[in-house]
Design a protein around this ligand. Structure first.
Ligand code: AR6
Length: 170
């Protein structure tokens, strides 16, 4: 599996699966989530609602992942995962790694070969970028996949790109 990082807008990348840094309610929000729903159109939210209806309490547990259509995005599917909110007093790193592992498993079950991830939890959820990148790479490396051969981290700025390149070279 090839892992690499690139600067860009994740809604514009031509891959089989784009991963969304969502929240447990799957109702959209800001950051990557807002950008994906805005660019992909209302079909994505409609499918999210159908999924959450069937989940206990209507919520996706943090660290798990579900797939929907990608609507008008170039991708074929969006895989939604809810990252943990950063805490200095609680170690939630395993939940963050699980977001990457679960998302890759869902993508692989769909038969996806190419997957793009944002820096989950490193925006509104406040996770420090260097550690978010380390957990991202560890999470992806811990996944057992059959079809996925290309995983790219699509990040917004130079600081994030440097953090991912450092984590990838470890
Ligand atoms: N392409 C690539 N990266 C982006 C884009 C984009 N279009 N937009 C933002 N980023 P965030 P989180 C970067 O906040 O921390 C939402 O309201 C951003 O600079 O999107 O997991 C959800 O509904 C940052 O480095 O995700 C949840 O409530 C990274 O993507 C909550 O935010 C992740 O930032 C999730 O927060």
């Amino acid at each position: 599996m090839r892992l690499w990082a690139v600067r860009g807008d994740i809604t514009a990348v031509d891959v089989d699966v784009v991963v969304n840094a969502a929240n447990p309610a799957l109702l959209g929000g800001g950051g990557v989530d807002g950008a994906i729903h805005a660019a992909g159109g209302p079909e994505i939210l409609a499918e999210c609602r159908r999924i959450t209806c069937r989940l206990p309490d209507g919520r996706l547990p943090r660290g798990e992942a579900v797939a929907t259509t990608a609507g008008r995005l170039p991708a074929r599917w969006v895989v939604h995962t809810a990252g943990p909110i950063w805490s200095a007093s609680h170690d939630r790193a395993e939940v963050l790694r699980s977001c990457y592992r679960s998302s890759l498993q869902v993508a692989d079950e769909l038969g996806a070969r190419t997957v793009a991830f944002p820096a989950i939890s490193a925006g509104i959820y406040g996770w420090p970028m260097d550690d978010a990148a380390r957990q991202a790479v560890a999470g992806v490396r811990s996944a057992a996949v059959e079809h996925v051969g290309d995983v790219r981290f699509v990040v917004f700025d130079d600081e994030a790109l440097a953090a991912f390149e450092a984590a990838l070279s470890d």
